[in-house]
Design a protein around this ligand. Structure first.
Ligand code: GUN
Length: 292
């Protein structure tokens, strides 16, 4: 592979290998497996694939997976009742509700119902607040993965000029907190940002999470920048008439300009699941040590 391409699969595999060892130690010490409950409502095709991958990797590191596949018509109260049961279950250390939820269910209400100590996605407002104020909580997985990849290239992020494009609760906002805590100088750009191109060109570390295929062009990238592309967009390749996955950055244009760049697929994607399992083990250890 081109040495400029950041191999997310490799970094994720190393993390998963480490977690497998730590899970073995946990099982010997506490005579049980860390448990992750995954809830999928309905049959969204992309969600079904994500959930399948999460379940298979949970088992591969030696944790117990509890799958709850609910039908599309499931009522909000049924879902809240299930979450309440999982909150109270001794076997469960992590609860993940796959998003998006069907339109008749209020996702905010559902995320609020998860016990924050089991919120391995880190989406509960309690955990968002802990992250913002430097407290102990659970941190969203994709931003954690981005940080690991950025540090794998740059090392210490103190003083680094970082630009994030995209202000979602899942990626952009928590990532701004993590980068700030790591002493980077952070700009959080979004759809209202003026002259986005110039803002991006300032970045020594550019992280893009907007869901717009190939939006960031080569000319937007400062020579020698490290580029982390969070986007996963499905496009029809007109030449081959096959669907392909592309990121939010024009990879081919960016590669010669950047110091290093994540590919899509095989960049940030594999890190997200590895960080989810890291959060699950963290939650399991905290629960056993009664620090929650
Ligand atoms: N849908 C897309 N990404 C995610 C994620 O990281 N967690 C959950 N729960 N749902 C998602």
């Amino acid at each position: 592979m081109n040495p400029k391409i950041i191999d997310g699969k490799k970094v994720a595999t190393e993390l998963l290998d480490m977690l497998r060892n730590e899970v073995t130690t946990f099982r010997k010490q506490f005579h049980r497996k860390p448990g992750l409950a995954v809830i999928l409502v309905g049959n969204n095709a992309a969600s079904s694939i994500y959930v399948k991958n999460k379940i298979s990797q949970t088992m591969q590191v030696g944790m117990e997976s509890f799958e709850h596949h609910l039908k599309e018509q499931t009522s909000e109260i049924e879902l809240l009742t299930l979450i309440n049961a999982l909150n109270n279950s001794e076997k469960i250390d992590g609860i993940l509700v796959q998003l998006p939820l069907p339109a008749h269910i209020d996702a905010k209400k559902v995320l609020l119902a998860i016990n924050p100590t089991k919120d391995v996605d880190g989406f509960h407002p309690y955990n968002a607040g802990q992250l913002a104020t430097g407290g102990e909580g659970l941190t969203p997985c994709t931003p954690l993965g981005c940080m690991m990849l950025a540090k794998s290239i740059i090392g210490n992020l103190t003083g680094v000029e970082a630009v994030i494009v995209g202000r979602s609760n899942i990626v952009g906002k928590p990532l701004a907190q993590l980068l700030t805590a790591a002493n980077a100088t952070v700009t959080l750009a979004h759809s209202g940002t003026q002259d986005l191109q110039s803002v991006c060109r300032r970045a020594e570390l550019l992280i893009v999470a907007v869901g717009q295929p190939k939006m960031v062009q080569g000319s937007w990238i400062k020579p020698g920048a490290v580029v982390i592309d969070v986007g996963i967009n499905r496009l029809l390749d007109l030449e081959t008439q096959k669907h392909i996955l592309v990121g939010d950055v024009d990879f081919d244009a960016a590669l010669p300009i950047a110091k290093a760049i994540t590919p899509v697929p095989g960049g940030v994607g594999p890190m997200t699941i590895a960080c989810l399992l890291q959060n699950t083990l963290l939650s399991a250890n905290r629960r056993e040590r009664q620090v929650v």
